[in-house]
Each structure stands twice: as structure tokens, then as C-alpha cells.
Design a protein around this ligand. Sequence first.
Ligand code: SF4
Ligand code: SF4
Length: 351
Amino acid sequence: MLTKRGEGLTRRDFMKIAGGAVAMFGLPQAFAPKLARALEKAAAGRPKVVWLHFASDTGCTESFIKTDTPSTADLVLDILSVDYHESIMAAAGKQADEVLAKAVAGKDYICVVEGGIPTVPGHGMIGGREMLDIAKEVCGNAKAVVAIGSCAVDGGVPAAAPNPSRILGVGEALRMQGKVINLPCCPVNPEWLVGTVVYVLTMGKAPPLDDKGRPTMFYGRKIHDNCPRRTHFDGGRFVEPFGSKEEAMGYCLYKVGCKGPEAWSECPKTRWNSKESWCIEIGGLCIGCAENKWSDNFAPFYGKLANVALPYGDLTADKIGVGIAIATGAAIAGHAVGKAVRGEKKKEGNA
Ligand code: SF4
Ligand code: SF4
């Protein structure tokens, strides 16, 4: 049994990874040993990963190198062979081109794409080649293509209006819609990337996807339906504005711009930064960064979503309280009048 980093993971390590993965996949824990064996077998062949990097701010790489389920070191040294990744590889320039050519020659690799693809000639070049041409060649020959982060999925922030470089996501730029596994968010949640790669390696196929090419296990539920502030939404208790006592009390952020009612992702469950927290828990609102063209469609970020039905119309908790008090007062008054009338009738009857 090997134990040292870089010389192999132990059976226990694989069991730990598999335990986390089955929870992510929504499988019973009893499936973990089988998954661990499948992963160990797949890792023995050190599946190749080619990581392309186009128009983005490298946030998804930053996110990926902070994963801990398993750690990036375990992934890169013991499970995968990340043959080409411009940000973490030692080679540069011509040498890097040679590494890429060698990595894709066998056509036996998973391609991860970070960043949108400029489609106006001359607007996105690497080593004198159009990003679009590199993407066509590398993605076209890959066993599986995973677009990570909103930039790779639909262009993201670099494709925000007016988008002079006509930046597109991988599926649209390469006309590969339906063949790309899309993992939007800005940046990608590293656990969703690892979970997707583990799924492909162990099951030999892509996980079930929704109509936008997103794995349903990570994008199948609305933020709003899993939000710890939801009882405040349902009770008409809102933060307005920031800095108010309502904010200090952790009320719902809908009226200050939360896009949770229209955002589909498992952020409340997966969380971020080694499960430390997530946007709404730390007091920020959800800006819907896993949704299509979010930076255009959800701007202004602090603007209230239209067409969201509120349980009490547009009333705040205070007004609901006043309404209840009036209604209760009216009921008490009605009860008192009824009692008085009944009393009068009783007197008449006794006379
Ligand atoms: S609107 Fe936002 S803060 Fe309020 S319950 Fe929905 S997701 Fe949570
Ligand atoms: S909570 Fe909303 S804004 Fe935050 S990462 Fe998730 S989808 Fe993006």
C-alpha cells in the first residue's frame, strides 16, 4: 500500500473521496466502496486532462486549486494527469505548444475549458493561433468536454454587452451544444468540477444534464427553495435597505436585489471555501451567477427582480402586523357587539 503524496493514494483515501462523491451524486452510502474501487481503477491509468484557458480572469483556476475533496495535489499527482494547464505548468512559449500537441495526439483525454471564446478574428490569440481554432481542434478530439465557469458556458462577464469581440461559450462557438458538460458559476464551484470528473471516470459517461447542459445534481434546485432566509421571505420580513436593523436580523434579501428566486444551483448545500460559507450566509445577495447571461440579465445587481409573487403582496412585516392588528381589533369589536346584542335579546326575553 502506498501512502506518500505523489506515490499513490491509499484505499482509505479513495473511500473518503467516494464517500463525498456518492453524497454529491445523491447515491446511497452503500455505493461508496464500489465507487472507490472504480475510481482507484480509473486512477491507475492516470486519465489525461487538457485544460484550455481563454477569455476570463483565471478565477476558475483559483477556485480549482482550492478544492479539498480531494485536494488539488491528490487530484493532480495521484488521480489525473493534467498534461496541459497554462497557469500551473512549468513550460512556456514554444515548449508549451509542444506539450499541448503531444497531449492531444492520442485523443484520449478530458478537455476542461475555462474562459469564453472570442470569435472576431484577431481578438483572442495564443502563440499566434486563434483561440477559436485551438478550441476546435482540442475539444473536437476530446473524450469529454467540460466548460467550467460562466465564461466558458455562455461567455460570462467578458461577453457582457456590447461584446465587441463576439465572445461565446464553448457549446455555441464550436456548435457543440448538447455535447458539452456545462458547469456555470462565477467562478465554478471546485467541488462540482471534481464531482463531474469523478462521475465521468467512474460511470464512463456524463452525469444527467438539464436542458442547458448542466448536471442536475448541482443545478437541479432553486437557491430560493433551499435558502435559510426563506421563512423570512414567506413571512414578509425583508431587508430594506442594507445597514438597517432588518439586515442585522438576517431577513430576506429579495428587496435589495437577491436573484435567488430565479437562480438554480446547489450553493446552499455545497457551499464555498471548503464548505465554510456561501453568498447569502455571509450577508451578500445571490446575483444569479449560474444563470444564462447573468451579468446582462440580472443587472443592476442590487435591483429587485420583477414578477416574483410575494406571499403578502408588497406588504412588509410591519404592515402585515398592522393589518393583523386591525383585523384582530375588528374581530374583537364584532364579538363584543354580538355579545351585547345577545345580552339585549336575553333581557327582552326575561321581561
Ligand atoms: S429572495 Fe434570496 S434571501 Fe430571500 S429567501 Fe430567496 S434566496 Fe433567500
Ligand atoms: S449563491 Fe448565487 S451568486 Fe453566489 S455563487 Fe451561488 S449562484 Fe452565484
